[in-house]
Design a protein around this ligand. Structure first.
Ligand code: BTN
Length: 316
């Protein structure tokens, strides 16, 4: 049996029986705490208040438009990566209308080859597939639009003090709350003007402090900031917001949303550095372009950088 299958079986037992004997836990899975579970004496428990995902509950939080658009909603206990699942599917069929959400990812991926950890029932790890009638070179602003959709959804749920950090980090109270990983695939034989996009979103909802502390940057979660939000409601509302924003983007592109992005950009008009390969460029952030690049005013003029492999850091 694969590690994920073993883990899935153990979690089912834990959910149905309310506890699991520590002795039944194979140590090669890491400690239960590493995965967001609790150990008390000789038993393992779910964390109190852990709300499990339920497809019917998520459905009730979808807008009418999103409910019409959705063709498949898959809710899994464990998976390597929800993005990997949709990217694999996109090799053979369209992923338009497919949403995959997992309680736990064991090989979650972030931008620039980083890993993304989603503890059991403590975050939202969601991938949404959409086929866009646009060529790949027209999709530069897509991940920025996704950031706006996430921000809008969280604000509607009452979360304040949110910001975006180019290209696609979600910040709450100055610390990272979530991230976005957009991946593209063209179907064999499909027109060059139609692209399958897999939009992956990871949001920290209630991540144990020990797990947060093990992440190599300052992160936060909704519960730590005082927001008690149902993960099922969050999932339904997020899918609805994504459908609205992505469909609008498909119609009108990113240009009409540049100002909105700048207004919410944590580093707008700040002095920053961009690391690109071995080099570092320093300048003042002047905004984003209609293809989603960031503009930096430097001593040698205004330069544009595409998200790709660069990273942006505040300097002042
Ligand atoms: C980042 O900030 O580097 C992006 C993180 C994206 C994480 C999400 S979680 C759901 C989806 N599946 C993955 O493996 N990654 C994305």
């Amino acid at each position: 049996m694969t590690t994920d299958a073993t883990l899935s079986e153990l979690l089912e037992t834990l959910i149905s029986e309310g506890r699991l004997a520590v002795a039944a836990w194979p140590m090669e899975l890491g400690t239960p705490e590493d995965l967001g579970l609790l150990t008390r004496g000789d038993s393992i428990f779910l964390r109190p208040n852990a709300e499990l995902l339920s497809p019917s509950h998520i459905h009730t939080s979808l807008s009418k438009r999103a409910a019409r658009w959705l063709s498949s909603l898959e809710v899994l206990r464990v998976i390597g990566s929800t993005n990997d699942r949709l990217m694999l599917l996109a090799e053979t069929e369209s992923v338009d209308g497919v949403v995959c959400i997992a309680e736990l990812q064991t090989k979650g991926r972030g931008r620039r080859g980083r890993t993304w950890f989603s503890p059991f029932a403590g975050s939202l790890a969601l991938s949404l597939g959409v086929a866009l009638d646009r060529a790949v070179h027209d999709l530069g602003g897509l991940s920025l639009v996704v950031g706006l959709a996430v921000l809008d959804c969280l604000r509607d749920l009452g979360v304040a003090d949110l910001a975006l950090k180019w290209p696609n980090d979600i910040f709450l109270g100055g610390r990272k709350l979530g991230g976005i990983l957009v991946e593209l695939k063209s179907q064999p034989g499909a027109s060059a003007a139609r692209v399958e996009a897999v939009i992956g979103i990871g949001l920290n909802v209630d991540v144990p402090a020990t797990v947060r502390g093990a992440i190599d940057q300052a992160v936060t979660d909704l519960v730590a900031e005082g927001y008690v939000v149902s993960r099922n409601v969050l999932a339904g509302r997020l899918v609805s917001s994504l459908v609205d924003y992505v469909k609008k983007f498909e119609r009108v592109g990113f240009a009409p949303m540049c100002d909105l992005f700048n207004d919410h950009h944590l580093l707008h008009r700040r002095t920053c550095e961009i690391a690109q390969g071995e080099g570092v460029v320093v300048g003042r952030v002047a905004g984003v372009t209609e293809v989603g690049e960031i503009l930096l005013e430097t001593d040698s003029g205004t330069l544009a950088f595409a998200a790709g492999e660069v990273s942006l850091r505040r300097q002042d």
